[in-house]
Design a protein around this ligand. Structure first.
Ligand code: ZN
Length: 172
């Protein structure tokens, strides 16, 4: 199966908001299959459409809990709860990981492939995956979720790319 090249930080497509998906057809399903392959090849536990240059509001994910691969179409966070610090990686910021504090549990409203509206709750890693990918759909990257000084240091690290990502990291 074929994979897409993954867009990396600096590519303007990652900073743009996506358009709602209005039609799920055979072409869309083919794109999905390629996104699943791209995610597994990377490897990552989530991949949002803009990361492969597609400016549409959907993402794929598989956090390795036996329930993947999955897709959420036109997803929105409708509720969030708690706080959780977690070291995040991003396939579009390869080689780096940063601790980011976000809500621990989120409730997401989305459409499935059949056009049904679904409501799904994500806790810990799944919740983190949802928030990270939905950020991508809004043109928001991890750097945008950091305090000013942390962001400055992180961008410096990106420019120098001195560290390597650990094997155990879940990239999104
Ligand atoms: Zn990412």
């Amino acid at each position: 199966m074929a994979s897409y090249p993954i867009r990396v930080f600096g590519d303007p497509v990652l900073k743009r908001e996506t358009a709602e998906v209005t039609e799920v057809n055979g072409k869309f399903v083919k794109v999905l299959d390629m996104m699943f392959d791209t995610m597994y090849d990377a490897p990552g536990i989530g991949l949002a459409a803009p990361q492969v240059g597609i400016e549409q509001r959907f993402f794929v994910y598989d956090i390795g809990d036996g329930d993947g691969p999955n897709v959420l179409i036109n997803p929105r966070v409708v509720e969030s709860e708690g706080e959780w610090a977690y070291e995040e990686g991003c396939l579009s910021i390869p080689g780096l990981a940063f601790e980011i504090v976000r809500p621990k549990i989120v409730t997401v409203q989305a459409n499935d492939l059949d056009g049904n509206e679904i409501v799904i709750e994500g806790d810990e890693l799944l919740g983190r995956c949802f928030q990270h990918e939905i950020d991508h759909l809004d043109g928001v990257l991890m750097f945008d979720r950091m305090e000013r000084l942390d962001r400055k240091a992180a961008l410096k690290q990106w420019r120098e790319r001195a560290t390597t990502i650990s094997d155990s990291l879940h990239a999104l």
